[in-house]
Structure formats: structure tokens, C-alpha cells
Design a protein. Structure first.
Length: 316
């Protein structure tokens, strides 16, 4: 019975949604904080109960969880590049299933030639999600970190606006990075090498290419288009910890982020752009133009099972 409910819920979530009308920052904040959420199906109740107990879930990300019975990676991939909805009643994130959400603001502080929300003085409300590409969440394992961002081009949390999203990763197959705050994520990540994941990785890549010809590269041009008459966009963007950030030794990356926001009060992530390099570790070729300033973090059902980031396509 539970399997049947799960399948019906998945099918409902992948149907084409009504015309996108935008969201308010407060609406999406309510989603990631589980405000006023009442689970109805048994699978929703079972999953929601884990978060309510104060535990962190460990969702699987393997051949069975991605390509098993009732799973539709192709449908999910198509949804992420065709539907702009900011949240659903329930969706399964077949890739990057384990995450923690953050919120705050986008603040561009430095001169640059770029337009839209890259321009100096630009501000926007921000909601993001830190995740791992596979299923291992603790520092004893190789991890590939993801960072999805949702920009609200307003500073009024009650104004309904169309959001603009970006998606970044450091290394898809993962490596032994002790902390999320010690890595840099970009919109064209490294693949990496992990012999045990090659078959799964190749199968995933082949499916994603059916939805987007270049799934490894996520353009940031939509950010440069916001409010601009003449668009000038960088090709690559990198996000990493700002100087002076207080780090911690929490093993699970979700607890690391939660504690980092508490310890720093405002956790600052540096935004850099480039037209010459995509190397996340390079010390040259990147220009610092501003910050993402995070003042709230939450591990929640809404973060993992409701929040949606519309992925920009290669030709956006």
C-alpha cells in the first residue's frame, strides 16, 4: 500500500503544473521551515516524523533508489528544466536527496562589468540548499557538495516575484573534503573519479542529457538578465566561504551548516565570477563581486521533499 501511495505521489508531482505566477520569500520560507504543513499520505507522515523527532534522515542514492521500480529520473530531469514552481506538495530528489536549507540575502558589493543581479549594489532575498551529490553525509566518506540558490529580486519578503535559480557543485564523484565550508562550488563542476560509482554515474549522465544537452554546465546568464536592458554575464561563478568564517568539526555536513550559522550569526559566502577559468581551486582568474549572507538554516521535510529549484538550461 505504501509503495502504491508513493508511486501515485511521484506521478502527481511530475505532471505539468499550472502557469507559474511566482512566489513570495515568506511562502518559500514557510516551506523550508515546515510551517503549517500537515502530511496526508502515509509516506509523508513517515518521512515527516523523522524530522520532527530531531533526527537527520539518510536517504539512499544508489542504483535502486534512482532507477528502481517507480522511479523516473528522466521525468524528474525534465521537470527541473521546464517547470518553474518553487515548491510542491511532495517530490523525491533522486539526486542530492540529503540536504540542509539556508536563507538570507544576495549582496553585490564590488564594481564589475556585469548586469542584472551581478551589478554592484544589487540585493535580493535568497533561499538555498546545501546537499551532497551521492548518499554519504559525513566527513569520514568522500563527498561531492551541491549548492542550489533561489534569488527573489526584491527585499520585500511579501512581494510575489518570479525567482531565478542557480545550481553549483564542487566534484560530482566526491572527494575527502572535511567541511562544506572548505570547498568551492561552481556552475561547471569536476566529474572526479570513483571506480565504485562509474556505472551509476554514466547511467545518470545519459538520462540527464535527454533533458539538457549539457547537464554539467548550468549558465548563470538568467541572473544577469534580471532588470537589465543590456545583458552582460560571466560564464562561470564560484561560491566559497568568506575570510574569517568560523568553522566547526561537525561530521555531518548538515549539522556543520546549522552550527556555522549559529556560530557566525551571519554566515558569509563569497561570490566570484570568471570568463577565463572554471577551476574551483584556482587562485587567479576569479573576481570577487559580492556575498551571500546567510542568517538562517534548517534541516526539514520541506527542504528535502518539497523545495524545487528550476535548473537553467545550457542555452538560457
Amino acid at each position: 500500500m505504501i509503495r502504491k501511495i508513493a508511486l501515485l505521489t511521484l506521478l502527481a508531482s511530475t505532471q505539468v503544473s499550472a502557469a507559474y505566477e511566482g512566489s513570495t520569500f515568506n511562502e518559500v520560507s514557510d516551506v523550508i521551515n515546515d510551517n503549517n504543513f500537515a502530511p496526508t499520505s502515509q509516506i509523508e507522515k513517515d518521512e515527516f516524523a523523522v524530522y520532527q523527532s530531531g533526527k537527520l534522515p539518510q536517504y539512499a542514492m544508489n542504483m535502486g533508489s534512482v532507477f528502481g521500480k517507480g522511479k523516473d529520473l528522466g521525468g524528474n530531469a525534465k521537470r527541473t528544466v521546464t517547470e518553474r514552481d518553487d515548491f510542491y506538495k511532495r517530490i523525491e530528489k533522486l539526486l542530492h536527496p540529503n540536504g540542509v536549507c539556508v536563507s538570507g540575502k544576495w549582496n553585490m558589493t564590488e564594481d564589475s562589468v556585469y548586469s542584472g543581479l551581478f551589478k554592484k549594489g544589487s540585493n535580493a532575498l535568497f533561499i538555498g540548499r546545501v546537499s551532497v551529490a551521492m548518499e554519504k553525509t559525513t566527513s569520514k566518506s568522500d563527498r561531492g557538495f551541491g549548492f542550489a540558490g533561489k534569488l527573489f529580486p526584491t527585499m520585500n519578503p511579501n512581494e510575489r516575484v518570479g525567482t531565478t535559480n542557480f545550481f553549483m557543485v564542487d566534484i560530482l564523484m566526491g572527494e575527502n573534503t572535511p567541511r562544506f565550508l572548505e570547498t568551492g562550488v561552481t556552475n561547471e563542476p569536476e566529474t572526479g573519479f570513483n571506480l565504485s560509482l562509474i556505472r551509476l554515474g554514466l547511467k545518470i549522465a545519459n538520462v540527464l542529457k535527454l533533458a539538457d544537452q549539457s547537464p554539467m554546465f548550468r549558465p548563470v546568464t538568467p541572473i544577469a538578465k534580471i532588470g537589465a536592458t543590456e545583458v552582460k554575464s560571466p560564464k562561470w561563478m564560484r561560491v566559497s566561504s568568506a575570510d574569517g568564517v568560523i568553522m566547526n568539526n561537525e561530521s555531518d555536513f548538515r549539522r556543520e551548516v546549522l552550527r556555522a550559522v549559529d556560530d557566525n550569526q551571519v554566515l558569509k559566502l563569497k561570490v566570484e565570477v570568471s570568463e577565463t577559468t572554471k577551476d574551483r581551486k584556482a587562485t587567479e582568474g576569479w573576481k570577487h563581486i559580492g556575498f551571500i549572507e546567510i542568517d538562517h538554516a534548517k534541516a526539514s521535510y520541506g527542504c528535502d521533499r518539497r523545495l524545487h529549484f528550476a535548473h537553467p538550461k545550457h542555452n538560457d
